[in-house]
Design a protein around this ligand. Structure first.
Ligand SMILES: [Zn+2]
Length: 553
């Protein structure tokens, strides 16, 4: 005790002379502060912070309490008790009932039935608790449509009242983020042509990226959707009554007697720019599924740090990170009784929340406050389909027109001393150059997306801001200096697995640096004379913010 004290006193005396004077305006980010947040959020007691669970509620109180201690302003629900830190959302949770869901293919040669989670995976339609639909089939290639990118897979095909059969993904050679976005809207495209259902088949490429056995593992996950304040569950394409994915035995049955074989179609699709042409199939399907729904609630946690500039403070920068994770895995037959089944989500996304909290602390304590206002959003139900962020972007604390930019933090891999960052979506707006310039003084570079096949641009919360017209990026640690191996090992290992816990070799110094990088980025967005802007003629800017002022590229 004595020795330690004496040593501390000596160090205190020595410090000012030994180190260059620290600029009072430069905040300090410590490994210990990052670790402390993650330690709490990834504790077994929180049981993996599943949407609607008590563990997630506890995590939400932790974040609210941190915001409170920093003197931020609550920006959640406005109710009788004033403004809350929490924006409570109702979700409809739907699962298959006891009767197994089936898909039956009828061809001139007879009928063949397939059961859910065997060679077919059926989609859940919460609007149809007793689904029973029969319709003829039309193959529509990739099922995409976009004049700008020269896609018109529905040309000359009549799909009204029918079920369309599509290939997963998008033509090889299409820009990956545009392609990923269009792929995510296939259901709406089908609906707009009058189709009542959609079936998807693997391409050679998609089968490699997501093998059937892997997809079947997630076939019985419940489906979630948010419920609007007037009580209506959200459905992006209510006209589509049924959906399914087919493994090869079922796909072969569907293509019985067709003018082209699946093998030939897949070969065409595997060529650069290959766009297999559609045609009417000679088969029909009957899809039957019983589902049961319940409602659960779960909150976003939202805080505002008001800006210091009298004019710019009415513009808002959103720093977001999802707080939910995937809860506890179901026990499998043969599991040891003490098997760890808690998905703690230390990196996904305890690390992102810790980063956001440390940036919030630094902002709140900075002697020179940011010029624009900052919204801190700890979203829920990201793992259920980016639902908390979608809800927030549609029901924001301030008019969405006043939100000028978003940086989302999701699963920063703090497993190595990163020297580069990836800002997914950086090519579309001035956020690319803003981020690059902000982190350059740290010796950190901005790298292009090294894993376009993962279509990460549409897989995290920032995409929901993009869809409301807000320039946004998703920031992650890069492939340099050991990053590529760390990413490969993590995605094939601890990712969405009980192994994503505090036993990992987390590099907390990298964590502190990641927080500093995000502080610099958020400040640059908040303090610049001009807000972040979409580039002129950008696909997403033109699509979602046609009226917004654009920046020259
Ligand atoms: Zn995740």
């Amino acid at each position: 005790m004595k020795t330690a004290l004496a040593l501390a006193a000596m160090t205190a005396l020595l410090l000012p002379a030994a180190l260059p004077a620290q600029n009072a305006a430069e905040p300090v980010f410590t490994p210990a502060a990052m670790r402390a947040h993650v330690e709490f959020l990834a504790d077994d007691l929180l049981k993996g912070r599943d949407t609607g669970s008590e563990g997630h509620e506890i995590a939400a109180r932790y974040v609210a309490s941190q915001f409170d201690g920093l003197g931020l302003k609550p920006a959640g629900d406005n109710n009788a008790n004033g403004v809350s830190w929490l924006q409570r959302i109702t979700f409809q949770k739907t699962e298959f009932g006891k009767t197994p869901a089936t898909l039956t293919v009828t061809s001139p040669a007879g009928a063949k039935s397939f059961t859910h989670a065997g060679d077919v995976i059926l989609g859940i339609n919460a609007d149809q608790p007793h689904l029973d639909v029969t319709a003829p089939l039309v193959f529509v290639g990739y099922g995409l449509e976009n004049a700008r990118l020269g896609l018109n897979d529905y040309a000359g095909l009549d799909v009204k009242g029918k079920i369309v059969v599509t290939l997963r993904g998008y033509p090889k050679g299409l820009p990956s983020e545009e392609g990923a976005h269009l792929s995510a809207t296939k259901g709406k495209i089908a609906e707009s042509h009058g189709a009542i259902g959609m079936i998807a088949l693997n391409t050679l490429q998609s089968a490699k990226a997501r093998p059937w056995a892997r997809m079947v593992q997630f076939a019985d996950e419940p489906d979630f959707t948010w419920v609007s304040p007037d009580g209506v569950p959200f459905n992006a394409a209510p006209g589509l009554r049924a959906s399914a994915m087919l493994n090869d035995p079922a796909a072969q049955a569907v293509f019985a007697g067709a003018p082209a074989t699946i093998a030939a179609i897949r070969k065409t699709a595997d060529k650069a720019g290959g766009k297999p042409k559609g045609f009417a199939l000679k088969t029909s399907v009957t899809i039957k599924a019983d589902t049961v729904s319940e409602r659960v609630t779960s909150p976003n946690v939202v805080a505002i740090l008001p800006g210091s500039d009298p004019k710019l403070k009415d513009e808002y920068v959103v720093l977001s990170a999802h707080l939910d994770h995937i809860g506890v895995s179901a026990a499998k037959p043969g599991d040891a009784a003490d098997k760890d089944r808690i998905n703690n989500g230390a990196l996904d996304n305890g690390a992102g929340i810790a980063t956001m909290l440390e940036v919030a602390r630094a902002m709140a304590q900075a002697p020179d406050k940011p010029r624009r206002s900052i919204i801190f959003l700890a979203s829920t139900a990201e793992e259920k389909g980016l639902l908390g962020a979608d809800y927030y972007a549609r029901h924001p604390s301030v008019p969405v027109k006043q939100i000028v930019g978003n940086v989302d933090l999701d699963m920063p891999l703090l497993l190595y001393p990163f020297t580069d960052l990836i800002a997914f979506g950086a090519d579309h707006s001035t956020l690319g150059p803003i981020v690059a310039k902000a982190v350059a003084p740290m010796g950190v570079k901005l790298s292009p997306d090294p894993m376009p096949q993962e279509t990460i641009f549409v897989r995290s919360d920032h995409y929901m801001f993009v869809k409301q017209g807000v320039p946004a990026v998703f920031l992650a640690t890069g492939y340099a200096n050991g990053g590529e191996k760390a990413w490969g090992d993590f995605l094939g290992g601890a990712y969405h697995h009980p192994g994503d816990d505090m036993r990992q070799k987390i590099d907390w110094t990298a964590g502190a640096r990641f927080a500093e990088a995000n502080y610099r980025i958020t400040r640059a967005m908040a303090d610049g004379d001009a807000p972040p802007r979409w580039f002129a003629k950008d696909f997403f800017g033109d699509l979602f913010a046609p009226q917004a002022e654009k920046a020259p590229h």
